[in-house]
Design a protein around this ligand. Structure first.
Ligand code: SF4
Ligand code: SF4
Length: 258
């Protein structure tokens, strides 16, 4: 079943640009699986928000949370590196990827439902509380629990394909083997205190070695949203994930040097 889901996700993403004529291309996606009964899910109520859902709140009989990471191309990362506001192509990629992720979720759910399973389809974004800026379902936290990667100083999920891309998840009654969680830090700063290039890159210094000001960051996203309103809902920035040591790979070594 795991292989079936992985190949369905990969095929869908590889075929999507030609089928739907998107300007955006994606690299090879990653797919990981969490046990819906993993004890970390209930902990999100105290870590993220008290109303954070557990998989069973979204779907009675939930057994697995399927998580995917869809990486952007290096070319897109390079384009978004310069300047203090997002590049137009980054805004386009955000809008097109949101559409693609929503369709991907529905496609995988339909495939599982055809096999007699049930699924809860979750929106890729824009499901957060405007005042608290957090939502009742965090794809990022689900991805961590599913072993897709580790958090970096930039508060993003650093996967084997880096952090320059987008996450999505789906809850299902289908039973799947959970993916082991990586045991070492992926971020250079969290590994040995080096790098911190994401913080240097933040155009408004709301990300530092010590802190992350979610509200200030959100205001920057809204500025970009106004600039790119002719494209769609593109509340983006991405300077702290584009063209950095962790953008396309895990930069920290897996074994500490002797
Ligand atoms: S840029 Fe460096 S410090 Fe920032 S998240 Fe990536 S690896 Fe960590
Ligand atoms: S998204 Fe932009 S504003 Fe927000 S922390 Fe990253 S670089 Fe800073």
């Amino acid at each position: 079943m795991e292989k079936f889901v992985r190949s369905a996700v990969t095929r869908f993403i590889n075929e999507y640009p030609d089928r739907f004529g998107t300007a955006t291309r994606w690299r090879e996606p990653l797919v990981a699986f969490a046990d819906a009964a993993d004890p970390l899910f209930p902990e999100l109520k105290s870590i993220v928000i008290p109303s954070h859902a557990a998989p069973g709140d979204l779907l009675a009989g939930a057994r697995t949370v399927i998580c995917w990471f869809v990486p952007f191309t290096r070319e897109l990362g390079r384009l978004n590196y310069d300047g203090s506001y997002a590049h137009e192509s980054w805004a386009v990629a955000y809008v097109e990827t949101n559409r693609m992720l929503a369709e991907l979720c529905r496609r995988i759910a339909a495939m599982l439902e055809a096999q007699g399973e049930r699924c809860a389809v979750l929106p890729p974004t824009h499901n957060y509380y405007p005042k608290k800026l957090v939502s009742d379902w965090s794809h990022k936290s689900a991805a961590y629990i599913a072993g897709l990667g580790r958090f970096g100083l930039n508060r993003q999920m650093i996967t084997e394909q880096g952090c320059c891309g987008r996450l999505g998840s789906l809850v299902t009654t289908a039973a799947m083997e959970p993916t082991p969680r990586p045991q070492h830090e992926h971020c250079l700063y969290l590994h040995d205190g080096s790098c911190a290039k994401c913080a240097q890159r933040c155009p408004i210094q709301c990300l530092t070695k010590q802190d992350y000001d979610r509200r200030a960051c959100h205001l920057r996203l809204r500025e970009n949203e106004r600039i790119f309103e002719y494209i769609g809902l593109a509340d983006v920035c991405g300077k702290c994930v584009a063209n950095l040591p962790c953008s396309y790979r895990i930069p920290a070594p897996s074994i500490m040097p002797l």
